[in-house]
Design a protein around this ligand. Structure first.
Ligand code: 2PG
Ligand code: MG
Length: 458
């Protein structure tokens, strides 16, 4: 059996980057994406960049060759070229262990606020692959190396020591809608959150059980309990968010678990994508057009009827007033996550903190483009009592870096999609390994992170 590499970190080691090579590969939707390899002294690190479908307007720029016939205008050949001809040559000879210096160099080379010159997919590929190479060169695991980087970021940003690594609570997609499943439902994700599980391993077993029962229940009711969306959640044509939530609750019960105490529900409304001219247009559930205040009423009603503990993007990224209403109404009952709203961007999160909206931030590495900036946003969140949730994209690959990132930063929660499709399982399985390597259940806090801060009545 393969053993984890022994820990033998020597931070004074200088690991001068000798070669950086990018290529075009495919993601879980069969769309091109950037893969980068960084090499020195016989050690290599490799990483693949993810890609979203329900993207926020303030995200870092994903560079695609829209006028190229290759892959119908979705090619990333220019981004690959930017790595091979600009970013790579500029970091040769730099120390791979010094992630922050490498990332700073990459940011300067691009020189734009949203990485639109060279492409965030080019920049991120190099940033991620450098971390993999640095871990390999030091003969430590990726999570261990990332934890060292995290400690440095924490020390610089707060002057304090970072908390130890920990395995995150998973929030897992059960039913998919919106842009991830052909618009069958207006809301994008109905998630199960196993808040009562004592360990990650148990949490995952509960989730798989619920998922299987959900498929059977959907089939029995005449819906599609086998067809899955981009993230592996079922994509049934149920007509309302209430009906979808009801199915998840029934699946939790069918799995022999208690909704509300063992397992709660989460929503990713992804409402930016049905927000138009100041109205929320619910097409799949009958074409209603809601004001921000009516949208908040709808979410409040769902929270009253179902054991919902987390709502992401309940309000659109351009609707700060709506976010104010949502936060005032639900902040003591529910985790309110800003995804499109904050786009993992330090400045946007700071704005949100100042405006006192939301209480949680979704963290996606490709929304911002480097590991260091991602960590700065996680740090800012933790220091201001915002829960950070590390997240995959709907376009993913076998690359499991975000599992290591979540553990290294002790972020507390992770959202990867469902328990089907191997680009998702690559991350869930990596967390199983890390739980074992870290010992003592990987310092798993599970649903305890919500204790004392959320008051629920159902
Ligand atoms: C989201 C993500 C992942 P996408 O909205 O949170 O579920 O979707 O990657 O399409 O933005
Ligand atoms: Mg989202």
């Amino acid at each position: 059996m393969e053993q984890p590499p022994r820990q033998n970190r020597n931070v004074t080691n200088i690991m001068q980057i000798e070669r950086v090579l990018a290529r075009e590969v495919l993601d879980s939707r069969g769309r091109p994406t950037v893969e980068v390899e960084v090499t020195f002294g016989g050690h290599a690190g490799r990483s693949i960049v993810p890609s979203g479908a329900s993207t926020g307007q303030f995200e870092a720029w994903e560079l695609r060759d829209t006028t190229d016939h290759w892959y119908d205008g979705t090619s990333v050949r220019t981004a690959v070229k930017h790595v091979n001809e600009i970013l790579g040559p500029a970091i040769l000879g730099l120390n791979a262990v010094d992630q922050q210096a490498i990332d700073q160099r990459l940011i300067e080379l691009d020189g734009t606020p949203n990485k639109s010159r060279l492409g965030a997919n080019a920049v991120l590929g190099v940033s991620l692959a450098t971390a993999h190479a640095a871990a390999a060169g030091q003969r430590v695991r990726l999570d261990q190396h990332l934890h060292q980087v995290w400690r440095d970021v924490t020390r610089i940003q707060t002057g304090q020591e970072a908390a130890p690594p920990s395995i995150p609570l998973p929030m897992v997609n059960m039913i998919s809608g919106g842009l991830h499943a052909g618009g069958n439902l207006d809301f994008q994700d109905f998630l199960a959150i196993p808040v009562g599980a004592p360990t990650y391993r148990v949490a995952l077993e509960w989730i798989v059980r619920i998922y299987r029962h959900l498929g059977k229940l959907l089939n029995k009711a005449g819906f599609e309990g086998t067809l899955v969306g981009d993230e592996g959640g079922y994509g049934p044509h149920v007509t309302s968010p209430h009906a979808a939530a009801e199915f998840v609750v029934r699946a939790i019960e069918a799995a022999g678990l208690q909704p509300g105490s063992d397992v709660c529900l989460g929503l990713d409304v992804a409402s930016t994508h049905f927000y138009e001219n100041g109205r929320y247009r619910l097409i799949a559930s009958g074409g209603q057009e809601l004001t921000s205040s009516q949208m908040v009423d709808l979410l409040d009603d769902l929270v009253a009827k179902f054991p919902i503990i987390s709502i992401e993007d309940g309000i659109a990224d351009a609707d700060w007033d709506g976010w104010r209403l949502l936060t005032d109404r639900l902040r003591t009952k529910v985790q309110l996550i800003g995804d499109d709203l904050f786009v993992t961007n330090h400045q946007r999160l700071r704005e949100g903190i100042e405006k006192d909206v939301a209480n949680s931030v979704l963290v996606k590495v490709n929304q911002i483009g480097t590991i260091s900036e991602t960590m700065q946003t996680i740090r800012l969140a933790l220091d201001n009592n915002y829960w950070p949730v590390i997240s995959a994209r709907s376009g993913e690959t076998e690359d499991a870096t975000i599992a290591d990132l979540a553990v290294a930063t002790g972020a507390g929660q992770i959202k990867i999609g469902s328990v089907a499709r191997s680009e998702r399982l690559a991350k869930y399985n990596q967390l199983l390994r890390l739980e074992e390597y870290l010992g003592e259940q990987g310092n798993y806090q599970g649903g305890k992170i919500f204790e004392h801060r959320l008051k629920r009545t159902n």
